[in-house]
Write a protein that binds this ligand. Structure first.
Ligand code: WTA
Length: 646
């Protein structure tokens, strides 16, 4: 009891950044918020000068809700901003430190990274890849992933990175949706010492992909693979005879930089479209102010390049600031549970950015593991991907940060491109569990269904009220879905984030989690309907409903309610088979933790699954009004089944 009260008091406590941090912070002007409000376009325009442009813009913002054009008329190149422009002063500075799964490592200076990128870009061009051609990248956390992204952006070919852990089917689906003719992958890689045969997985996927023409394969694990004649080519052969120079393409500010597929509320993932100018301005300044990047920092973002965090805060944001980034291939517990702290010590990491699910895992493993390492180089910590509970926040602050590192709890999304709500570490008083205030120039609010602001302290739906430079431009090939998903609830000038939130008396935002059919499992974004459609594609399944169940470590885990076909027999083996089926269709991150066989699901009279009721059943909370259910008796029955599993 005393412990609870104590921890509650601690949660209410405010934390101030250390004086020295404040003194040296990149952003220490408390007026910055007001300044941005007074002249929004002027604010972003000034920040745009942190990017190098081949040609200046005609207008800062052209806003025709919900379509924004930022820096129209301007020309730039993302890879030029991440590489070339640093060479004169910082050519020999380390750009990338790569730490491999097998404790092997490599470093690239800015000059070396530029050379590798330019050469590969020249090779892509020679192969026939043109501006506007979508190139799919299906690589694990190896330098070639970063080089590929930068090479694509150099020649103006939008990249579409598919998380290496996704399945063959998931790869094919994304390639088909983006009509991508080119794939960059590798022979294989190791995960916790186990070989993952990436090329073989890609080959299986490509059987269902009519658009593919060329596959570039980089040699990583040296496992034996099959190369298909006239289609597959080794990376090393490709770059062998090409020029080491490749002039960066002059791209329009609104030309597409990349597509990033993410889960939504239907069975099909959506290709979020990001363009070049605004995205670079947004990720550049948020990296500089929120991560306080300085010339001598060693910055480590643990996110995979297959997710938006890897794009914005492993690659484009930090490199456009000329930072030294650490990239780690592998897991936090391989070869042992001290792996992350070992890397922090080895390279003297100063800024560390990870997900709450990792922090809670470290916490569970115990304080004595990080205690074995020298973590004194750390000066700033970050969190992203899901709400961080105050207990985990405090542990991170005290045990990892030794109570002297500010924590930036950063709220944002694939669609927002950049961090939207976060402390500015030299300015903001922190409270554990809240992402605090919107970034200068960003206006967030908490609304009810009718679009009215809810009273302070009440829960509501998180909205963004104005355009911002790195915002989603559309969904690839599905403008209607773009309009319906984000701009139909309150009209076309207020963006529906899909998260629940409340605002406290200090104006701080507490993000409570998704309000739609998206779940977050270990920080990975999954659509419940995506998993449902994969389940029903199994011959034994007649119908399925998938839900997220709160989990102390992972945030949420996948629970699947399954109605079997009449001729299928419920068994533990079948449960196992269905779990594997989902892994095959989507990937290991979507594997259901629990499968519950049932004869019925909670449905409305029109036959729609009542998600609210299902959520209450899964999480054993108050079910509320069920009078509109077709079959109210199913609630008790399912509750009993769920409880049996506890
Ligand atoms: C959740 C990840 C609370 C949220 C960058 C959002 C967070 C979804 C936070 C987007 C945070 C991300 N606090 N929730 N600091 N950061 N989220 O597209 O539900 O993978 O809508 O982008 O993650 O997930 P996505």
């Amino acid at each position: 009891m005393t412990e609870t009260i104590e921890s509650l008091l601690k949660e209410q406590k405010k934390y101030y950044p250390p004086e020295e941090f404040v003194r040296n912070a990149n952003m220490k002007d408390p007026q910055i918020y007001e300044k941005a409000e007074e002249d929004l376009e002027g604010f972003w325009e000034e920040l745009a000068y942190n990017i190098d442009w081949f040609k200046k813009w005609d207008t800062v913002l052209d806003w025709q809700p919900p379509h924004a054009k930022w820096f129209s008329g301007a020309k730039l190149n993302a890879s030029y901003n991440c590489l070339d422009r640093h060479i004169s002063k910082h050519g020999d500075k380390t750009a990338l430190i790569w730490e491999g799964e097998m404790e092997n490592s490599a470093t690239y200076t800015y000059r070396e990274l530029l050379d590798a990128t330019a050469r590969f870009a020249a090779a892509l061009k020679e192969m026939g890849i043109k501006k506007g051609d979508v190139v799919t990248i299906y690589l694990p956390m190896i330098p070639e992933a970063v080089i590929s992204m930068l090479a694509c952006s150099r020649i103006g070919a939008p990249h579409s990175v598919v998380f290496a852990g996704f399945s063959a089917d998931a790869l094919a689906q994304r390639m088909n949706d983006s009509n991508s003719h080119y794939l960059i992958t590798c022979d294989g890689y190791f995960h916790k010492g186990k070989l993952i045969e990436q090329k073989e997985k890609a080959d299986i996927g490509l059987e269902n992909c009519n658009c593919v023409e060329k596959v570039i394969v980089t040699n990583h694990a040296a496992n034996a693979i099959a190369m298909k004649e006239d289609r597959d080519i080794w990376w090393d052969e490709l770059i062998h005879n090409v020029d080491s120079e490749c002039e960066p393409e002059h791209m329009d500010a609104e030309d597409i930089l990349f597509l990033m597929y993410t889960s939504g509320t239907t069975g099909k993932p959506k290709g979020v479209v990001h363009t070049t100018g605004g995205y670079m301005v947004g990720t550049n300044v948020t990296s500089k102010w929120i991560f306080d990047l300085k010339d001598d920092d060693i910055y480590w973002c643990t996110a995979d390049v297959g997710w938006i965090t890897g794009h914005s805060y492993l690659v484009y944001g930090p490199l456009s600031n000329g930072a030294t980034i650490v990239m780690h291939e592998g897991a936090p517990d391989y070869p042992d549970k001290g792996r992350f702290w070992d890397i922090v010590e080895k390279y003297g990491v100063t800024i560390f950015y990870t997900a709450p699910t990792a922090i809670r895992t470290f916490m569970k493993w115990g304080d004595d593991i990080p205690a074995k390492y020298d973590l004194s180089s750390l000066r700033l910590l970050g969190s992203v991907g899901e709400p961080i509970n105050p207990k985990a926040w405090l542990w991170y602050y005290e045990v990892i940060g030794n109570s002297h590192c500010p924590i930036v709890d950063t709220w944002w999304q694939t669609e927002t491109g950049m961090i939207m709500i976060s402390p500015l570490p030299g300015l903001t008083t922190m409270k554990p569990g809240t992402a605090t205030r919107p970034f200068p120039g960003i206006k967030a609010s908490v609304l009810d269904d009718d679009g009215n602001e809810v009273p302070e302290g009440n829960g509501g739906s998180l909205a963004i009220e104005r355009p911002w430079p790195s915002m989603i431009r559309t969904i690839n090939g599905d403008e209607q879905r773009f309009l319906d998903t984000y701009w139909s609830k309150w009209g076309t000038d207020r963006y529906l984030a899909g998260d629940g939130a409340r605002r406290d008396k200090d104006g701080y935002f507490w993000v409570l989690g998704r309000l739609d059919d998206v779940i977050k499992v270990s920080g990975h974004r999954l659509g419940t309907m995506e998993i449902e459609s994969s389940l029903v594609s199994h011959k034994a399944v007649a119908e399925a409903a998938v839900d997220g169940k709160t989990d102390e470590i992972k945030g949420e885990v996948v629970v699947a309610y399954v109605i079997l076909e009449a001729d299928a027999k419920a068994s533990d083996e079948l449960k196992q088979e269905l779990k594997e089926h989902v892994v095959e269709e989507i990937g290991p991150i979507a594997r259901p933790k629990q499968i519950i066989f049932t004869d019925d699901l909670p449905k409305t009279r029109s036959g729609k699954i009542m998600r609210r009721v299902l959520k209450a059943i899964t999480n054993d909370t108050e079910v509320g009004d069920i009078t509109t259910l077709q079959n109210p008796a199913v609630v008790e029955e399912l509750k009993r089944k769920v409880n049996e599993l506890r």
